[in-house]
Design a protein around this ligand. Structure first.
Ligand code: FAD
Length: 472
């Protein structure tokens, strides 16, 4: 029998569930990737680091499959039509792909499946991107978890070595068909190159492996370093997890086997990823602007004019927030601590509807993931499952003092503040005028005055939540 494997956000040729099952059950397997117009045509910016990352990674995957005697057919079109066409062209009796639980992907996949079945082509889809998905971890009462810690405990209790075992694709690679095609260029698809390669962000399976190896050397320090954006604390593997150039099983297995505080904390972060994925599965409405706690949908966010733009453009006058937004705009990545601070600041200091910030992150983050982004924003805005209680409001100056004490991160992204002394770097508006001259940075001219007063905004935010008479 002949089968087709449809690659999507799983751009690797090892430990790949769909590829393994296809190879095991078929005589010959054709591999395909579609640059999906239904997704690409909605992207707002022709210079999109994600498209370039995928493009480079697809190129690497094609070479890797070719080195195994196989190939990768690549098309630019509407995935639904292209997959059905390819399956027919290659006389495939079955199509295999991995689950993608984004609501829009589920709709697409259901349509593909229906079209294939109508042509008598079998469809097999399977878990690959997470350790536990959908209904696999439920409470004793059979309901989904909405609080992380009990979810994590249940997740860990359920875990066996089997769940972390790699799919041994190697055994069957002689079944790969050599079918391949030219990969359309970025330009042909209407995209422009970005600064991805300038940033030296390594792409593809080789890039993922390199980052992971580097991270394993310092995983023991993860717990202590991860909250300080000037340090090399986190793994920066998020984009690789997003596009499947690393295997979640391999990462989780390494952390599990390694043990120790650093590795355990990191494993916890991978469990957060599973947690938000299962939330999205059970509550797809959170993907379209609804709060997990529905009663918060009615919060009347004031959206003062100019606030959202100042936040996007890193002009709030709060250095840690502005440095974070510059990191995002310049690289497509933002440190986790800063995502929390920047998101909280938009909602609770600028009083802007968190959905606008969520959208901005979705358009800009190279590692944008619907489940994690929605979860993170709803956490910060206190409208989500297991969220920050609404009366707990980050102080952007205190956060800055705690997590970037010497302003190293701030100075990296805000060179205009390079010579501001450490004691003033977190609130440069308090620097006396003479010293501003000496530091070569006049506040209000070279760097903005604070757009709001945190103490005042804090009061307004509390009133906003209170007035809506919502329980914490
Ligand atoms: P590490 O610290 O090395 O963590 C390893 C992996 O664990 C990450 O790559 C990620 O896959 C997972 N992870 C870590 N923290 C979380 C978390 N809180 N929720 C879910 N998964 C997590 N993460 C995304 O992958 N995509 C997003 O679009 C995204 N948006 C966010 C928005 C907000 C407002 C907040 C507060 C967080 C968001 N996160 C998002 C979670 C987290 O900030 C990033 O996963 C992390 O910063 C990625 O860097 P890393 O790979 O170096 O992380």
């Amino acid at each position: 029998a002949r089968a087709l494997v449809w690659f999507r956000r799983d751009l690797r040729d090892f430990d790949h569930a769909a590829l393994y099952h296809a190879l095991k059950r078929s005589r010959q397997v054709v591999c395909a990737f579609i640059f999906d117009r239904d997704i690409l045509d909605t992207l707002p910016d022709p210079a999109d680091r994600r498209v370039e990352f995928i493009h480079a990674s697809v190129g690497e995957l094609q070479q890797a499959l070719a080195a195994r005697g196989g190939g990768l057919v690549v098309r630019h079109g509407v995935a639904r039509d292209e997959i059905v066409q390819l399956a027919a062209d290659f006389q495939a009796e079955a199509v295999f792909f991995n689950h993608d639980d984004d609501p829009a992907a589920l709709v697409r996949d259901a349509a593909v499946e229906a079209a294939l079945r109508a042509r008598d082509i079998a469809v097999h889809h399977t878990k690959d991107a997470v350790i536990f998905e959908r209904e696999e971890v439920l409470t004793a009462g059979g309901t989904p978890y909405s609080v992380f810690t009990p979810y994590k405990n249940a997740w860990l209790k359920r875990l066996t070595p089997f769940d972390l075992q790699a799919y041994p694709v190697d055994v069957y690679t002689n079944r790969l068909a050599a079918q391949s095609s030219v990969i359309p260029s970025l330009q042909d698809m209407g995209f422009e190159p970005t600064n991805l390669f300038e940033m030296k962000l390594p792409t593809g399976m080789a890039g993922g492996a390199q980052l992971f190896e580097d991270f394993l050397d310092r995983i023991d320090r993860y717990q202590d370093a991860r909250d300080f954006p000037a340090q090399k604390g986190p793994s920066t593997l998020s984009v690789h997890l997003r596009f499947g150039t690393v295997s979640i099983r391999q990462l989780a297995a390494a952390a599990w086997q390694q043990g120790g505080r650093g590795a355990q904390t990191w494993l916890s972060e991978l469990i957060w990823r599973d947690f938000y994925h299962q939330i999205l599965w059970h509550r797809p409405d959170v993907a379209c602007g609804h709060s997990f706690k529905r009663q918060y949908d009615a919060l009347p966010w004031p959206n003062p004019p100019g606030h959202f733009e100042a936040w996007c453009e890193a002009r709030t006058g709060y250095p840690l927030v502005d440095a974070a937004m510059r990191q995002l705009n310049q690289t497509g990545y933002m440190h986790n601590r800063l995502r929390m601070v920047a998101a909280s600041f938009l909602a609770k200091d600028l009083l802007v509807d968190w959905r606008l910030g969520e959208r901005y992150f979705a358009d800009t983050l190279i590692d944008f993931d619907l489940a994690a982004n929605s979860g993170g924003w709803q956490w910060a805005a206190s409208v989500g499952c297991d969220a920050q209680p609404w009366f707990r409001i980050f102080n952007p100056v205190t956060q800055s003092e705690r997590f970037d004490a010497q302003g190293k991160f701030i100075r990296r992204y805000l060179p205009e503040l390079a010579h501001v002394p450490d004691t003033f770097i977190h609130s440069p508006w308090t620097l006396p005028a003479a010293e501003q001259q000496r530091a070569g940075c006049v506040i209000g001219r070279d760097y903005p005055l604070p757009i709001v007063d945190h103490a005042v905004q804090r009061g307004l935010a509390l009133a906003l939540f209170k007035q809506a008479a919502l329980p914490a």
